[in-house]
Design a protein around this ligand. Structure first.
Ligand SMILES: Cc1cc2nc3c(=O)[nH]c(=O)nc-3n(C[C@H](O)[C@H](O)[C@H](O)COP(=O)(O)OP(=O)(O)OC[C@H]3O[C@@H](n4cnc5c(N)ncnc54)[C@H](O)[C@@H]3O)c2cc1C
Length: 412
């Protein structure tokens, strides 16, 4: 019998086991992971460099119905304390643009290895290739089952992740465990994912990147706006700014459209003035010269065609009406969203175990005493840039600490 059992050896589960083991004794905490190794997804994060937190992380920036969970978790382990904790474990942080934090070694494996060493030092019992198939609490203790065996624990942490990145082991099992205890879910949906757009916008544009702003609109009303690098794909749009918008699309992405502004620093009037002056200066050059040097060469024919400019005409032949149309289009090209690339490509899950069914201070279930949740399995999601791992660390730390304290209570 163990005092604390953790299901899931990802970011949240490893942190939960570490936090519990610092309160309990060696051999009191068991960590069950279905993969043959711990922290497999961590290795893939940040393109193999692990963007493990962000200087700008605030609980207010997260998505989910009950953000008090994040507020409390940050009180237990704030982003600044996370950086200190990792330094203590041996991982020095390097800050990059927009506050993103990476291990100085530039290797995600440093983060996973440091956590694993710490778990081994504190005497956490690590069980790999242990795919949990069921959990119950028949008589005061939790029984955690897998194919061919079971173990008993006094308190249990479900840290099985969501449904995103299922190749790394997160296949939504935790939702089933939570439901078997009477919990309910905000519908899990794929997020931080590429968007498929209606016909044409990206035809033959795979590989083209442009700096700009993208706004998400629903029934002509603006819902969100992001600035950054827009990546055009074979069938839609990608890039961090698009990923961040994908969190909002919900279960009906086709209700939305994306407005692309390739000149966020210009007004339509200023842009029009610029196009007019280039049109007259370049005189007999081909029409595309108006945009050359302003726009990626593969975008130029598309924008000319959409504004009705005959590509075979010369710059001085493009009339004022067409220039105005072009200026407006460069500021706002609206494309309808068809779908997202779904679970196959999503990096995180929006939705999960309902926050209102969990005590924010401890992440303990309000339904089953001694049951805790940590990480992406809960209805909390963050934007790109280190927010999601920070939630995994802070929630893991909180759940681990309180699961350990629960197991020490008399008469629980
Ligand atoms: C490609 C990619 C890149 C990313 N990059 C970043 C980044 O740079 N920065 C950032 O902040 N976030 C990033 N994320 C998101 C971030 O990795 C996740 O939000 C975070 O890892 C979630 O941690 P978790 O521990 O809750 O879940 P997971 O990391 O998914 O871990 C869950 C663990 O539980 C195990 N498990 C599941 N079911 C069972 C079972 N039945 N029995 C036993 N074990 C089980 C799984 O095998 C897995 O190891 C990225 C995600 C992906 C997919």
């Amino acid at each position: 019998m163990f005092k604390v059992g953790v299901i899931g050896g990802g970011a949240a589960g490893m942190m939960a086991a570490l936090s519990a083991s610092r309160i309990l004794s060696a051999g009191d905490v068991v960590l069950l992971e279905k993969n043959p190794m711990l922290g497999r997804k961590i290795l893939a994060t940040g393109n193999g460099r692990c963007n493990f937190s962000n200087r700008g992380c605030s609980w207010k920036d997260y998505g989910g119905k009950d953000l008090s969970l994040v507020r409390h978790a940050f009180e237990h382990l704030s982003p600044a304390q996370t950086v200190e904790l990792f330094e203590e474990l041996g991982v020095l942080a390097r800050e990059e643009s927009e506050g993103r934090l990476y291990p100085y070694s530039e290797q995600a494996s440093s983060v996973a290895d440091a956590l694993q060493s710490a778990l081994e030092e504190t005497g956490v019992v690590i069980r790999l290739e242990r795919e949990v198939t069921g959990v119950k609490k028949p008589e005061g203790k939790f029984v955690v089952e897998w194919d061919g065996g079971f173990t008993q624990v006094e308190s249990l942490i479900i840290a099985t992740g969501g449904k995103a990145g299922h190749g790394f082991g997160s296949t939504g099992d935790g939702y089933g465990f939570a439901k078997s205890f009477g919990h309910s879910l905000e519908r899990p949906l794929p997020a931080l994912v590429r968007v498929v757009t209606e016909s044409g916008v990206s035809d033959n544009l795979k590989g083209v990147r442009a700096k700009g702003a993208v706004s998400l609109a629903k029934e002509k009303k603006l819902v969100a706006r992001e600035e950054g690098e827009i990546q055009f794909t074979e069938d839609g749009l990608s890039g961090i700014c698009i990923f961040n918008l994908s969190r909002i699309l919900g279960d009906k992405p086709s209700d939305y459209s994306i407005q692309i502004d390739l000149f966020p620093g210009f007004s339509v009037e200023r842009l029009l003035g610029l196009l007019e002056s280039r049109g007259s200066t370049f005189g007999n050059r081909p029409a595309k010269s108006i945009l050359e040097g302003m726009l990626h060469s593969r975008l130029i024919p598309i924008y000319l065609e959409l504004s009705g400019v005959d590509a075979s005409s010369s710059t001085c032949q493009v009339d004022d009406e067409k220039l105005l149309c072009l200026a407006r289009l460069l500021k706002c090209r609206e494309v309808a969203v068809k779908a997202t690339k779904g679970w196959k490509e999503a990096q995180v899950t929006v939705g999960g175990v309902k926050g209102e069914e969990v005590y924010g201070e401890t992440l303990e279930s309000k339904i089953v005493p001694g049951l805790f949740f940590a990480g992406e399995v809960l209805d909390v999601d963050g934007k790109c840039g280190g927010w999601n791992l920070q939630w995994a660390w802070s929630s893991g730390w909180t759940a681990g600490k309180h699961a350990a304290l629960f197991s020490l209570q008399d008469g629980k």
